[in-house]
Design a protein around this ligand. Structure first.
Ligand code: IMP
Length: 205
């Protein structure tokens, strides 16, 4: 008899994230489905004060709405010279109707004239797994680097054309995606996620 794979719903509409999460968890003995299967599902309002609170809310709300086991991720970029902003507000950094293009333009504007030595930043990611009113597990990762003075490269998504990871001279937008998948905040959070998953009791009430 073949054993049916456990299935997990990826609780995000951000296609950049979906692409990366699916790639990073490829070969793992879990079937991942995405929100395309649930067309009319509303977006969950992110009003928490931490990545953990937002990821937890997204996972628990979507688990309740769909009856699935849900994995949600909340992430952002934090820039030292901006008092570690925008953080949890990264997706909405440039205000109503924010896009990656506008967010990147605003970040460049806010750091205008600042020397490279003062442009330290980090990406952070928190992943939460939830089922029917209960958080089953959480994991996190971060990636240190700095902000370029102009957009460079087309790989990745979001702030990647501006983010130079520590130890490199090119942005995630320029570096082969293989490198991002090795060292990114999301890669680190998901490595921890995989290690912890074997201890999760999916069926405990
Ligand atoms: P949220 O987790 O849906 O609130 O969105 C996180 C936001 O942070 C994204 O929309 C991006 O702007 C930014 N972000 C998070 N991770 C990455 C990444 O790996 N590359 C580029 N931008 C990212």
């Amino acid at each position: 008899m073949t054993k049916k794979k456990t299935r997990i719903l990826l609780g995000t509409k951000n296609q950049g994230k979906v692409r990366e999460i699916k790639k990073l968890l490829r070969g793992f003995p879990i079937k991942f489905i995405d929100l395309k299967k649930f067309k009319d599902i509303p977006s969950v309002k992110e009003n928490g004060r931490t990545y953990r609170a937002n990821a937890g809310k997204k996972a628990l709300t979507l688990a309740r709405m769909t009856g699935e086991i849900v994995m949600a991720e909340d992430s952002g970029i934090e820039v030292k010279a901006l008092g570690w902003r925008p953080g949890i507000y990264s997706a909405r950094y440039s205000g109503r109707g924010a896009t990656d293009v506008r967010n990147n333009a605003k970040l460049l504007r806010e750091l205008n004239g600042l020397p490279v030595s003062k442009r330290q930043a980090r990406y952070r990611s928190v992943v939460v797994l939830a089922r029917a009113g209960r958080v089953l597990m959480a994991s996190q990762g971060s990636c240190r680097g700095r902000i370029e003075t102009e957009l460079k490269g087309r790989n990745g998504f979001g702030y990647d054309p501006l983010f130079i990871p520590e130890g490199y001279k090119k942005t995630f937008g320029q570096l082969p995606i293989k490198i991002k998948h090795r060292i990114s905040h999301r890669a680190r959070a998901l490595r921890q996620f995989k290690k912890k998953l074997i201890y999760v009791d999916f069926f405990r009430k």
